[in-house]
Design a protein around this ligand. Sequence first.
Ligand code: ZN
Length: 228
Amino acid sequence: MPRPQRPGNPLIRKYLRTSHPDQADARGLGELKPVEPAARREGVPLLVDDQVYVMKYGTKYHTEWCQVVADKWAHAPRGLHVTLLADVGARTRCKDCDRTLKAARTSSAQEHDMPSRHPPEPAPPDTVIPLRVIGVAHGVLFLAAGPEHQELLNETAVEPATPLSVGGRRDGMVIRLDAARAEPLLVVQLDPRVTFRDGPYQVRLRRPLLRSATKPYAVESVEPAPQT
Ligand SMILES: [Zn+2]
């Protein structure tokens, strides 16, 4: 049996290094100092001022809910921590966060540049917009709002872990709002264990929770409309 060689391949060395639990500090990144998040939404830790996301073995810190953070949350949520910006040590700012922030600012700036558009009247905190089912396929539910709600929904963001709420239970997750269509579309991923309920739905709006939000409204939840 050949004797195992000392790993000379840098990728293998990197793997061996990152698989060792105490190496983040030893690599000079600084000790991980997680803090309890000030708020959570459906379990998702939210940042307040001076806080950032870090990952147990990550070399970056995150100021936004970027794709990297979203992926981490989806696959290994226990490895996602909140820490103070002052405690990031030698971790560097994530490039994906820059892109996320820039995209949000660009779309916001474009909206402000359009002279023909004027912001919608401020929505009361519990604005409710009726939705109708236009399709359900492979566990994905498509709900449309009337064209009269397009302007308001254009100013509305979908934050992480926005629930499809049925009788106080989370039956799915709102994954997308497409307000570019004349009849704005809300896309909901149904929990695989639930049975789809046909009938009227509604979307409830509120003020955004995320610090990086650039739209004045966010989806609180999607829910079946009360039967009249
Ligand atoms: Zn990031």
